[in-house]
Each structure stands twice: as structure tokens, then as C-alpha cells.
Design a binder for this molecule. Sequence first.
Ligand code: NAP
Length: 323
Amino acid sequence: MDYKYCGRSGIQLPRLSLGLWHNFGDTDNFQTATAMILRAFDAGIVHFDLANNYGPAPGSAESNFGKILHTHLQGHRDELFIASKAGHDMWPGPYGTGSSRKNIIASCDQSLRRCGLDYFDVFYSHRYDGVTPVEETMDALIQLVRQGKALYVGISKYPPREQQLAYDILLQAHVPCLLSQYRHSLFDRKAQAENFKLAACAGSGIICFSPLAQGLLSGKYNQGIPPQSRAARSTGFLQPAQVTEERVEAARQLALIAEQRGQTLAQMALAWALHDERVTSCIIGTSSVRQLDSNLEALSNLHFSDDELAAIEQIVSAPSISF
Ligand SMILES: NC(=O)c1ccc[n+]([C@@H]2O[C@H](COP(=O)([O-])OP(=O)(O)OC[C@H]3O[C@@H](n4cnc5c(N)ncnc54)[C@H](OP(=O)(O)O)[C@@H]3O)[C@@H](O)[C@H]2O)c1
């Protein structure tokens, strides 16, 4: 595994990290979940990305991760970089969602208990909720660091204005924002223009998520929606309506370029996301060890020729493809 320094910090992260948004909840296969975590760890993926609401049921991905950690990875805590977040819907009522200090602090305590951990390596504000002043949310994150519940803090999906404000507030408190999470893939390149630029200037590492556009960039939808795929599952966040003919056709064309590079489409899509110098790590999701192993192979060719980039650009620049 290759590791890269995360922004202006002493922390190195693996180029590929594993996310537990799907496939690690109580409705998923626990043996497969265990096998994926252990295989990831053996391959050098030491960075695991969680959030309070990951499941289903919400919270169950953290509980399952905690079980796997304590059963199989006892004694390895210091080798791991574990992330969690708060901000999306978690429990009913006014305090179970959003980016208030009340929700962030309670959520972090709950997440630590579910995972059976004393601290997270990074705790994120999962989203700017459009109402809570950024000052309030950042004060809560700073408090978590001062209390030893998080070593570092991060933000996710913040619009440019709030992103810069968050960096400024955190820097003033000497708790720099070390990680900034944005969706980034061949089908969604919106964050590159503003968010990546601001993060790079602030010395915050860029962690990109959904680099395969939830599976659309694996080619698995080229002959329709397969049973058991994310788009087929009622609990999956990829909606069948998002599997459009335009995106499927783009995936088919991209696969031809990948083939010439000696890669699968998924491997090329991951390599493309990582080839932006500013990206520290891509968080992938997998539903099997086989997918994980195959995706790891992406790291053996991250280089793109100008011709390849131009050919890719021509395919993905169509507005109908963008998420
Ligand atoms: N900060 C945020 O707001 C936020 C939001 C979203 C995600 N995230 C993080 O990012 C992580 C990754 O997101 P994601 O799961 O959407 O990532 P992704 O890598 O774009 O999609 C993963 C899905 O693609 C399919 N897939 C992966 N490799 C494949 C392969 N080699 N061949 C065929 N299909 C393959 C699998 O779906 P099937 O089930 O169809 O096999 C897999 O579950 C999440 O777990 C989470 O930690 C953060």
C-alpha cells in the first residue's frame, strides 16, 4: 500500500481507504463484512470511514465494526486511523440531526460507545446544515479534541463559503482542519473547482468518496440492474432512476479506454480520482472481498497520458452524465 501525507500534517493515509456506509449494517452479511475489514487491514488499508447513521439500522455499522475490531484486531488500535461523523438523520426529534453542538457532542459519545473506542482519529461534521452557525459546529469539534475524544477534526461536503469559514475558525483555535471529504468521481467533478482549491490552500487533506459513483463506474449496470447490486436493493442509496442510459453508455465507452490501459473500468476510475495531486485518499465501498482485491489493483497504474485524459474528458463532459 502507498501512503500519502494528509495536507499539512504528519499523518499519512493509505491511497485507498474503506468506507462502511453500505454492506456493514445489521441487514448485511456479518461474515463478509468481517472478511472485508480483515482483508483491507492485511492490504495496508488502515483508514476506516464510519458515521453515526451508517447501517441499516443507523448505528449498526459502528457496532459491527466495533465487534470485528475487538474480536480480530485487538492490540492493533494504534495502527488504525478510524473516522466517524455526525450531522445526518440519526434519531428522532430536534437533536438527532444537523450540525448543532448538542447533536455533535451527543453523537460522538454514542459513536464511541458503539465502536467500543476511547477516541476517534478524526471526527467530522458530516454536513453544513444550512442553519447552524459554522462557529457553533466548529466549537463542538474543538471541544471533542480538547476532551481527547478526537485527535483531529474534519468537514464533509461544506460549500465553499462555509468551508473557508470552518478552516479559519479551526486554525485560530490551533485545531487545524486536517481532512475535507468531498464526492469526487469521473461522473461528479464539481468539487475540483472550488472545494479542492480551498482545501489545498488551507493545508487540509482531500478525502474523496464514492469514486465509483456508487458502482456505476464499475460497468456492472451495462446490461441492466443486477439483483443484489446497490441500485437493486431497497436500502441502497443508488436509485434505479440514477442508472440512466447516458451514464451506462459513458461507462461502456470509458471501459474501452480502461481496457487499453490494462485496467478494469473500476480500476481506471479509482486511478483517475487519485491522479489529482491534491487528493490524499479515496474512500471506496465494497460488497465482497473480490471487489476489494480487484480495486486495490488500481494502485499499480495511476499515470494517465494526455491523450487518455482528453479521451476521458470528451466522454464525461456531457452534462447529462453529471450527478
Ligand atoms: N461524507 C459523506 O457524506 C459521504 C457520503 C457517501 C459516502 N461516504 C464514504 O465513502 C465511502 C464510499 O462510498 P461508496 O460506497 O458510494 O463508494 P463507491 O466506491 O463509489 O461505490 C461502492 C459500490 O460500488 C460497487 N463496487 C465497488 N467495487 C466494485 C467492483 N470492483 N466491481 C463491481 N462493483 C463494485 C459495490 O456495490 P454493489 O453493492 O452493487 O456491489 C460497492 O458497494 C462510504 O462507505 C462512506 O464511508 C461519505
